[in-house]
Design a protein around this ligand. Structure first.
Ligand code: SAH
Length: 525
């Protein structure tokens, strides 16, 4: 690149980064085949920067969670009850938003260049002098078979593969597909958009010499909990797909590689395969649980009904922090308590060494870990992980007259301070953070539940249950949860759920994230 061009490119990038005048940039991003993790790193970067996101039906809406809260999200896919934007209208929208100086992401299922009409969108942008970038994605034609245990090539089986649109109208005068050559020239044929036309496709292949016993697989909603595969041969597949009632979207694979599925199917064998699991805990806490669910083959959907904020009234906490040297014990009951405690210490400019006298206890291993990361040694960690067990464990240690600080949430249970007071301790309770309800996304979640697309709902604390019910107060919650597995992290949470009229199906044996995942069937790894 010449120096001048380099210079121009650098200043354009800098202008874009400053968000100043001139047209914005458009990223034409491949969202991958379905599983939200199958997006590229570059695609994620684009989503994180976007001011506006245009997405359609095949792009996993979970990907929008990576966008900024204030990003404008525009659905441009087909909806049964709504006007569908034409390709021209989408092109115009892209151009308009970019001319407003916005960074725009056009999020498309799979790879934008494979039956994705990205060419038309890029042409419209180029015609207006709008800078754009194409971010490739993993195309359904490769990923969907892979998730069904079918590699589209195998050294011992085939040397060629073709991607074919199955959408062509059978009544089209002259086909743009040369069936006579295609039928036998290419080993593996991968058809997109071919479910409706399957009888026609099969007929063409057979008429042009492909053997009737050629294996075929039709895979619907690949890489997602709904993944469903019907296999057969060119002779049997039409009838089998009809009998199974398989509908679009699906990928059809024709060729001997399909046989490999018998040995190589892997995704469907994961313990949580087929389960879309609602995670209701606060966003900052959700990741451990979400990661584990995904690891085990489920799809986590985050609906963080709780937001943690600094206490509305910080005075009691501040008063306690000012006299940290007075305490014999500081007992932390959650990782959040630890995080907000240290955050306030820092804000107030208080040195942790003023707490040197105090002994430190934690309610569970995660809380202990958080404290140890801060360089504090935890002296006491009960065997069972709830407030009652902690009170029991403290009984031998806390003496009458000991001064105990409990930095905790505004809605913490009373059992622990009461038990400590019964031991004769002088207990100071200080709200370290408040739980506020976050009802954003409630209607979307209600719709997913109503459509049967969420299979498990998890609750990791009583407040997640209360906030969930409150967030969905305009809906009939027990009806929405009909047929859905309700899983709670422990008996206290389960009791709260039952008191609020929910049926609880599973309670973790050990009140940890791992225990919860085991309770919903994620036991075997
Ligand atoms: N650009 C996309 C393809 C768009 S055409 C890509 O690269 O994947 C739309 C077709 O893709 C659907 O009709 C279907 O055949 C296929 N498809 C997309 N996602 C799919 C999925 N998760 N499971 C099965 N087929 C899928």
């Amino acid at each position: 690149m010449s120096d001048v061009r380099t210079e121009q490119a650098v200043s354009a990038a800098a202008t874009a980064a400053r968000g100043s005048t001139g047209p914005g940039k458009v990223f034409l991003v491949g969202a991958g085949p379905g599983d939200a993790k199958l997006i590229t790193v570059r695609g994620m970067e684009a989503l994180e920067q976007a001011d506006v996101i245009l997405y359609d039906r095949l792009a996993n809406p979970r990907l929008l969670d990576y966008a900024r809260d204030d990003a404008e999200r525009i659905y441009v896919g087909k909806m049964p009850d709504r006007h569908t934007l034409t390709q021209e209208e989408i092109n115009v929208l892209l151009v308009e938003k970019a001319l407003e100086g916005k960074t725009v992401v056009r999020l498309k299922g799979g790879d934008p260049c494979v039956f994705g009409r990205v060419g038309e969108e890029a042409e419209a942008l180029a015609a207006h002098g709008i800078p754009f970038e194409i971010v490739p994605g993993i195309t359904a034609g490769i990923a969907v078979p892979a998730y069904a245990g079918i590699p589209v090539t195998h050294r011992d089986v085939n040397a060629t593969v073709a991607f074919v649109t199955g959408h062509e109208r059978p009544d089209k005068e002259t086909s743009s597909i040369n069936w006579a050559k295609l039928a036998t020239a290419v080993d593996t044929l991968v058809f997109y958009m071919g479910v409706g036309n399957l009888p026609f496709i099969v007929e063409q292949l057979l008429a042009h010499g492909r053997a009737p016993d050629t294996p075929v697989a039709v895979i619907r909603w690949g890489t997602l909990p709904e993944q469903e595969t019907v296999t057969g041969t060119l002779a049997t597949i039409v009838e089998r797909v009809r009998a199974a009632g398989l509908k679009p979207p699906a990928i059809t694979v024709v060729g001997d590689v399909v046989r490999l599925r018998e040995k190589l199917a892997w995704y469907e064998k994961k313990p949580l395969f087929g389960k879309r699991v609602l995670v209701t805990r606060a966003r900052a806490q959700a990741s451990d649980l979400s990661r584990l669910i995904a690891e085990l083959g489920g799809e986590p959907v985050e609906f963080p009904v709780i937001r943690l904020v600094p206490p509305r009234n910080p005075a009691p906490l501040d008063a306690a922090l000012d006299r940290l040297g007075d305490f014999d014990w500081v007992i932390f009951t959650s990782t959040n308590g630890v995080a907000f405690f240290f955050r306030r210490l820092r804000e107030r400019g208080i040195d942790i060494r003023t707490m040197a006298r105090a002994r430190v206890a934690a309610v569970g291993p995660k809380t202990a870990e958080a404290l140890e990361e801060k360089g504090m040694r935890v002296e006491l960690l009960p065997q069972r992980f709830d407030g009652d067990a902690l009170a029991e464990a403290l009984a031998g240690k806390v003496k009458a007259g000991d001064r105990v600080l409990l930095p905790r949430a505004d809605i913490a249970r009373k059992a622990l301070p009461e038990a400590l007071r019964a031991l004769g301790a002088e207990v100071t309770e200080a709200d370290t953070y408040d739980n506020v309800i976050d009802a954003r996304g409630a209607d979307e979640v209600a719709a997913l539940l109503r459509e049967g697309r969420i299979h498990v709902v998890t609750f990791t604390s009583s407040s997640t249950v209360r906030n969930f019910v409150e967030a969905l107060k305009d809906h009939d919650v027990p009806a929405l949860l009909d047929g859905v597995t309700v899983a709670c992290i422990g008996p206290v949470t389960a009791k709260t759920a039952e008191a609020l009229g929910l049926r609880v199906d599973a309670v973790a044996e050990e009140a940890t994230i791992e225990g919860l995942v085991r309770a919903i069937g994620g036991g075997a790894r």
